[in-house]
Design a protein around this ligand. Structure first.
Ligand code: C5P
Length: 243
């Protein structure tokens, strides 16, 4: 393979320059981190599974009209995506209390929220991705008002779609994280869904048993993380395919 220019190495992915201008290759690693990289490890085969799950979800979201950066999967661990300017906000959508909201507000894990919540976190590793209000986003101009409207409406549509997609395979979508980017066309820019959607950034509980099928297995030392990720892929019909 020809040498490629590495653009960025993150906690779970490496980005390389793509074959055509305006494209990027996302390489999915097996590395796992938690608590702002205080806990480090690997989940065997995670990169392969997340690449496949994220391809599946992004493709299905494109079918319902969500613009995304995904172009095509290249191989077991890589996908070709559109280059975009990442908006420095992590968008968390919550249906059921778990994780940081349970801790912060003293709500028992598993308690359904009165309605779906969208939270914003400032994407900054050094600061530990702090929770922010929309006022901060406006004040520091991290995203414009129209961009925020697009982000919120896409987040709700993505949540509705994903709740149904996972419910069909007996999985409860507790919460998940999204990232968005902007692409430019002359003076005009628009927001697209970027990054990945996989058990690394979602809480997925088995509908019947409540078993956790996501990165909380790693965060909380529950074991069986590879098996849990594989189970999600299997239920989505992504294993044993000729790919
Ligand atoms: O930790 P917290 O409860 O705020 O996480 C909410 C959701 O966002 C979880 O599904 C978690 O996996 C995801 N998340 C993430 N990356 C972060 C923070 C949270 O994928 N940096």
């Amino acid at each position: 393979m020809t040498r490629r220019r590495q653009i960025y190495e993150g906690k779970a992915k490496i980005l390389y320059e793509g074959p055509e201008p305006g494209t990027i290759i996302q390489y999915f690693k097996d590395d796992a981190t938690a608590f702002n990289a205080e806990k480090k490890g690997t989940i065997n085969g995670k990169g392969v599974i997340n690449n496949r799950i994220s391809e599946h979800v992004f493709t299905r979201l494109a079918h319902i009209g969500i613009p995304t950066h995904f172009i095509r999967r290249l191989n077991m661990r890589e996908q070709l995506v559109r280059q975009c300017e990442i908006i420095p906000i992590e968008v968390v959508v919550r249906n059921v209390a778990a994780g940081s909201i349970s801790k912060r507000l003293g709500i028992e894990e598993g308690e359904p929220l009165p309605h779906t919540l969208i939270e914003y976190y400032y994407k900054d590793d050094a600061l530990g991705d702090p929770l922010i209000a929309e006022e901060h986003i406006a004040c520091f101009n991290w995203a414009g008002p129209e961009e925020m409207q697009d982000i919120a409406s896409m987040a709700i549509r993505i949540n509705d779609f994903m709740c149904g997609m996972f419910a069909a395979i007996d999985i409860r979508l507790i919460d998940f994280k999204l990232e968005f980017g902007r692409i430019f066309d002359g003076d005009y820019s628009r927001v697209i869904l970027a990054d990945e959607i996989s058990p690394d950034g979602c809480r997925l509980w088995d509908m019947k048993t409540g078993e956790k099928l996501d990165k909380d297995r790693f965060r909380r030392d529950l074991g069986g993380e590879s098996e849990a990720y594989q189970e999600v892929a299997r239920r989505l019909g992504l294993l044993n395919e000729d790919n």
